[in-house]
Ligand binder design. Sequence first.
Ligand SMILES: *Cc1c(COP(=O)(O)O)cnc(C)c1O
Length: 432
Amino acid sequence: MSEKKYRFETLSLHAGQVPDPTTLSRGVPVYRTSSYVFKNTEHAANLFALKELGNIYTRLMNPTHAVLEDRVTALEGGAASVAVASGTSAVHYTIINIAAQGDEVVAANNLYGGSYTMFASILPQFGITVKFVDPKNPENFKKAITPKTKLLYIETIGNPVLDVTDVQEIADIAHKHNLPLVVDGTFTTPWLLRTIDYGADIVINSLTKWMGGHGNAIGGIITDSGKFDWKKGPFPLMNEPDSNYHGLKWAHDLPAALAPIAFALRFRTVPLRNLGAAISPDNAWMFIQGLETLPLRMQRHSENAMKVAEFLKKDSRVAWVRYPGLPDDPSHQVAKKYLKKGFGGMVVFGMKGGYEAAVKLIDNIKLFSHLANVGDAKSLILHPSSTSHSQLSEDQQRSGGLTPDLVRLSIGLEHSDDILEALEEGLAVSTR
Ligand SMILES: *Cc1c(COP(=O)(O)O)cnc(C)c1O
C-alpha cells in the first residue's frame, strides 16, 4: 500500500492490512491472544530494548490492533497511532506523556464533559494545573501560556453548542512557543477534518463515536503527526533519561526511523504498558469494520443533520438552533474554512418552553434513543445539563454555553423524512 497514494475512501478499506499470509484470509483476523512466543533469548532482548519492533504482550500491541492503528494513521495523515480502551484513557495518557507535577496545560473551556472533569479536578490531584480559556478567540491561548505550560488542548467542535475551533490559528500560537497542539477530533473524524494538515501535533479520537459508528464498543486512539520536535522545548519526559524505560532519552536515543514517533512509542511503552488501559482485539476489530464505511456514513450523517437544522430553524416552537452548517450560525465562517465535506452529525437547539418543554420532548419523542452517546448509526437525543454535564456547576455549565433548555441531537442514518417526522410529532406533543 505504501507505493501508491490511495484516496481516503480506499484507505478506509485497505490501509494497514494485506490478506493474512498464512491463511489468505481476506477479512482482518481477530488475534485473541495475550502473548507471543519469542524466537530465542536474543529476539526477546531486542524486542524489550526497542532494537526490533514486534509483539510481546497484548496490553502493549496485537496484530488486530496494529491494523486499526495503521489504518487510522493513514486516514489522519500521521506517522503512528496507538489504540487504547477508551477515548478517555487516550486523553489521560496523552497529557501525562507530556506533562508532570508542576506543569500547566492550556485547554479550551468547551470540552467533552469527561475531559473537562479530568482536567478540572483529577489532573490537579497529580500537580498538573489546567487553565481553561474561551477558544473562540485564539489569542486567549497566548495570554494563558506561562513558562510552565507544556501543551495546548482543543476539540475540533466544542461541547455543547458546537462551536468550530480555529485549529490553524491555535497551532500557530502553540508552535511560536515551541509547544505541541493536542486536538480531540472525535466530532469531525479525519473524513471531515484532518487536523494534522492544519498543524495538530497529536490527534485524539474516541473510536466509540463516529469512527466505530454503531454504538457497540468503547475505544480510543491517538495519532502522532511525527512533526513535533521535542528537543526544542522544555520536555523533561522526552529529553532526560527515562527511569520508566532503561534510562532512554526519547528525543535523542531512538534510531532515525523511530525518532519522529517518539511520542507514540513512549505512549505505548510507558503509560499504556504500566497503567494498562488496553483495548481488546474484539473491539479493535469492530472499529476496523466501522472505519470501512466512515466516508459514506459521515456524508449521510452530515446531510441528515443539515436537514434537521433547517427544519428546526423554521419551527415556531424552537427558540434557537446551533449547527455549523447553517449560514447564519456564529461558527459558520470558521466551519467553512475547515469542514469542506460536511458539517457533522450533531445539532443542538433550545425550546421556547425552556427546561420543561425540553424534558417533555425527550420523554415523548419516537425513533430517537434517549441515551448518553453520540455518533451511533441511530439517531440519539439527550438533555446535557441534567446528564452528561451535570458534574459541572451551573456557572461552569453557562461559561461553556450550556443552558437548561438545550437539547442535543446526534443525527443517525435513518431516512431523513422519518427523522423529521419524529421531531415534528415530538415537538407537537411537548408543546401541547
Ligand atoms: C466520547 C468522547 C470522549 C471520550 O471517549 P470514550 O470512548 O467515551 O471514553 C472524548 N472526547 C470526545 C469529544 C467525546 O465525544
